[in-house]
Design a protein around this ligand. Structure first.
Ligand code: M6R
Length: 364
């Protein structure tokens, strides 16, 4: 079943171009420059009535929810945020009828997320699922949803399904955008951007050998920072999570803007920073944070787009294909999967079955 790969994680990372093609098939509507998401079971008029979106999920599914919220704010221009499902129901949440709740889960069996779904429904809210496992509890109990069609994910650490979640949110953001104020031209731009994604992911996978070299260096550091801003922050959180889970090296994610409010004290030649620096409207601000790090001799691995000028701010650069800014974070996560995999491999970890973790957490 490993089909020539040494682990399921590696196989699953490499399945992404094909599995993404499959997920997108039949879901892009060129005529109306929108997404076709029949499984949501919500018509255009009802969709227009939602004034807010809240994503809920646990662990990496929560981080991708954060990414999804920023896509929805970018494209649909309605307020969106994400919350850890494990906290949500313990704060007696206010459930509003004009909020669309999105439950995000690979397994569809995560207890914290399932109980949050029930709490939303008990209070009269509408919740749709972004779920991979067909017929799972969350998929069945939600009011509608978007199946991720990533195929089975065996490795405990999630990779390909998270990328599919990113695409699921992009489709939802496109649809919500088009029933609100997103122009036809912008809709068509996103449709084309989504179609280009599997090829961009493949391009990234083709750079695996170079990323493996960087990862071997990173594996030597017992602790590292991952930083990004806004869209890039969700990417940084997921990158740190993946490294922790499978290499057991400590990694902590921060908003690049927050560094100077405390964590800068830890920057030294022994503390590398993986910096997510997309070529977007925040590029200069991100570079500003790197100046602060360089001034303290902190080594930087930049995950970035072609053409961003670092001078001597980043010793290592991983260059990711640049597409539409709203979708770019999806591709930016791919090198972080490879970094974590190769760091864990260099340290001889049990990559598919990391200690203390389960694939599906069915207890609170
Ligand atoms: O099956 P779910 O997506 O609901 O699982 C949620 C988390 O437990 C999961 O994403 C976890 O953080 C993974 N081990 C990430 O690799």
């Amino acid at each position: 079943q490993l089909e020539g790969h040494d682990t399921f994680l590696h196989k699953e990372i490499h399945e992404q171009p094909t599995s993404l093609e499959r997920m997108l098939s039949g879901r892009l509507d060129d005529r109306f420059a929108t997404a076709r998401l029949d499984g949501l079971g919500i018509d255009a008029r009802e969709l227009r009535g939602f004034r807010r979106v809240k994503a809920i999920g646990c662990g990496s599914s929560f981080y991708i929810g954060q990414l999804g919220a920023s896509m929805i704010e970018d494209l649909a221009r309605i307020p969106a945020d994400a919350e850890a499902a494990s906290e949500f129901r313990y704060r007696n949440p206010i459930v509003e009828p004009d909020t669309l709740y999105v439950a995000v889960s690979q397994s569809g069996e995560t207890a914290d997320t399932l109980f949050a779904v029930r709490e939303i429904q008990r209070k009269g809210g509408c919740v749709v699922g972004l779920v991979n496992v067909v017929g799972s509890s969350i998929a069945r109990e939600c009011d509608g949803g978007i199946y991720l069609h990533a195929g089975p994910e065996v490795s405990v650490a999630s990779t390909k399904v998270l990328t599919h979640m990113g695409v699921g949110f992009a489709l939802l953001a496109l649809l919500l955008g088009r029933v609100h104020d997103l122009s036809y031209a912008d809709g068509a731009r996103i449709v084309a951007g989504l179609r280009a994604l599997p090829g961009q992911v493949q391009q990234m996978l083709d750079s695996e050998d170079e990323i493996a070299v960087v990862a071997k260096g990173l594996a030597q550091s017992p602790s590292s920072f991952f930083i990004g801003r806004v869209r890039g922050y969700a990417v940084a959180r997921e990158g740190a999570q993946k490294l922790k889970e499978i290499s057991y090296q400590h990694a902590e994610a921060y908003q690049a803007s927050e560094l100077k409010h405390g964590p800068l004290a830890l920057i030294s030649p022994q503390m590398p920073t993986v910096a997510i620096v997309p070529d977007d409207e925040l590029v200069e601000r991100n570079l500003g944070a790197l100046h602060e790090i360089a001034a303290r001799s902190g080594p930087v691995i930049a995950v970035t787009h072609p053409g961003v000028e670092f001078g001597d701010l980043a010793a290592e650069r991983i260059v990711v294909p640049h597409g539409e800014v709203e979708l770019d974070p999806i591709v930016l996560t791919i090198p972080l999967q490879l970094l974590a995999y190769h760091a864990a491999a260099a340290l001889g970890r049990d990559i598919d079955r990391p200690r203390n973790l389960a694939k599906s957490v069915t207890v609170e």
